[in-house]
Design a protein around this ligand. Sequence first.
Ligand code: AQP
Length: 343
Amino acid sequence: MTFSPRVFSGIKPSGDLHLGNYLGAIRRFVPLQDTHETIYCVVDMHAITVWQDPEDLKRWTYEIAAAYIAAGVDPKRSIIFNQSQVMEHAELSWIFNCVARMGWMARMTQFKDKAGENSEQVSLGLFAYPSLMAADILLYKATGVPVGEDQKQHLELTRDIAKKFNHDFKKQIKALGHKGDFFPITETLATGPAMRVKSLKDGSKKMSKSDASDLSTIYMMDDADLIAKKIKRATTDADALPSEAAGLAGRLEAENLVGIYAALSGQSVDEVLGQFGGQGWGVFKPALADLAVEKLAPIATEMKRLVADRGEMDKILRDGAERARAIAQPIMADVRNIVGFVR
Ligand code: AQP
């Protein structure tokens, strides 16, 4: 079976959006609108795998939907909605819980990182998170997913679930008149610099919503002074910038800042180093701060305008949910039939 090019991606409303979310995911959403049918979700059901204050959850849900639009996602061309409005996500996720194996989940490094020493105390939802993520993607038979590098392992698991489902129910899929696979083997659409933006304070850690140190993370809503201050205080080594990418090997913090510059300016890392090679941080950091403000400030301004209009945002999310359901419901009807649920 051939699948039409369809993209799904989502962000958790579990904190203020940051530069990693923007460079790793959101900025890639926009050009895909020209080549794919695009579905961009605010994954609120994922957010509650760890405790969320309900008021914050609502605020961040609006903020993320607003960020999609402010960055250039058109709610008429793309489907924008929050996950909990389409209950088929939960239904398919349960079926996938019964397809996926405990051992597959136990290998997920993100679960190990988040649970840490505390794995007996974290929610069952956090353990099963990748199964819900597979359901998000496969509910729409999405062929591609633009996500940051940290999500690669979860995408691999999505492919494993699709393969096992296609294999286990081969007979029923055929009986339903499908030629070949029922679910596509979804590709990760992730290339270019800043696929994994690191903490400004520790180049071995990813920039994250839940980082305890505010100076580690550039938030989308930070004002110009704060962005400049955070970049100025970013950890670096004492050496000048090299003239080509190979010279960044082993210099995690330097590699991170140059990668951010490259992603924001739309250049390759080598092009950036062609411009700044031999210069010190005293030259590079102010240039990076100016560029970050130039690119992020208009998005933040538009986000603020959009979130102030809750009525309009609710309309966009409701309309998106309706369009999402129109795609998901026939797929889910087939899944119920394939699995053997009587209706
Ligand atoms: N540091 C990052 N670099 C590149 N991409 C990133 N993404 C997140 N952090 C980086 C990408 O953003 C998308 C949404 O991620 P998410 O919010 O759903 O989950 P996350 O990856 O767990 O994000 P955080 O910021 O680390 O949240 P918390 O701290 O709440 O867990 C994904 O495409 C992700 O790759």
